[in-house]
Design a protein around this ligand. Structure first.
Ligand code: CP
Ligand code: NVA
Length: 293
């Protein structure tokens, strides 16, 4: 089954094929090929979403497909029905399922019981579609991601983990600067530091994300202030460095307003690229349904 759940299970050639297709689909955005004609994607969410929800829905529709959008709490999964039963039933109605599910293990359980592809629309430990959009944006702006230095600042979260996972496959340098206590407990310490200056020095891409992820309301943010992306931090990166963020931002905590609105900022390009990369991910996942790319 062509699931898109764990980046670590992909090789460079497959991710590069999906990325190349996404660039082609972006170039064809005013006359999109009807690759997904007649196919239906179910989308299910247990958390808020603007970009993931909209980009998958528009991606399906632009390529000729259909969508069913559900809040998990409006389904029987939010009640007593099991993941196995839900996966079996949904697989009889639709051709693929995109799901935002906090519990990664439960998403994998759903994939185990489903007979259609499952796409990870974000869990508490990963956000693979986001990172594919980020890489696509870096390729657009800097030509290639290979060999580049991408420096992350702030928390260690699902987006950080997905950058780490993909950096090992696509061969770029990834370094994440974060408060000492978080660095020490990081699941993957290889790429982690608490040294802001070492991380920022000569970086090609500066990236951050909110210090308070969905579901973490009330979290104290004081210790993150030294990791804010601001003009002083950007000045340590390369002259042509870009700034990106998966959005939504907490204005103006993890990034200062001047950086977010500067010419180096590609945040809305990355948000747009969610649309094009989702199309390519869906087309790859739906090969068994006859989709040719
Ligand atoms: N970046 C991202 O996944 O945004 P949403 O939460 O709005 O989908
Ligand atoms: N780390 C953030 C990403 C949102 C797209 C969260 O989990 O809320």
């Amino acid at each position: 089954m062509r699931n898109f759940i764990n980046l670590s299970e992909f090789d460079k050639q497959t991710l590069s094929t999906i990325l190349k297709h996404a660039h082609e689909l972006k170039a064809q955005k005013f006359a999109p090929p009807q690759l997904l004609k007649g196919l239906t994607l179910a989308m299910m969410f247990d958390k808020l979403s603007t970009r993931t929800r909209m980009s998958f829905e528009v991606a399906m529709k632009q390529l000729g497909g259909h969508t069913v959008v559900l809040s998990m709490n409006d389904t029987q999964l939010g009640g007593a029905e099991s993941i196995e039963s839900t996966a079996q039933v949904m697989s009889r109605y639709v051709d693929a399922i995109m799901i935002r599910m906090s519990d990664h293990t439960k998403m994998e359980e759903l994939a185990h019981h489903a007979s259609v592809p499952i796409v990870n629309g974000m869990t508490d430990i990963s956000h693979p579609c986001q990172i594919m959009a980020s890489v696509m944006t870096i390729e657009e702006k800097l030509g290639s991601v290979e060999g580049k230095k991408i420096a992350w600042f702030g928390d260690y979260n699902n987006v950080t983990q997905s950058y780490m996972d993909i950096s090992k496959i696509l061969n770029f340098e990834f370094i994440a600067a974060m408060p000492e206590d978080i660095a020490q407990n990081a699941p993957d310490k290889l790429f982690v530091t608490s040294d802001v200056n070492a991380a920022a020095k000569d970086a090609d891409v500066i990236v951050t994300d909110t210090w308070v992820s969905l579901g973490q309301d009330g979290k104290a943010i004081e210790k993150f202030w030294p990791y804010q992306v601001n003009a002083a931090l950007m000045a340590q990166a390369k002259d042509n460095a870009i700034f990106t963020h998966c959005l939504p931002m907490h204005e103006w905590e993890e990034v200062s307003e001047d950086v977010a609105k500067s010419s180096a900022s590609v945040i809305y390009d990355e948000a747009e690229n969610r649309l094009h990369i989702q199309k390519a991910i869906l087309a790859w996942c739906l090969a068994d349904a006859g989709v040719k790319i």
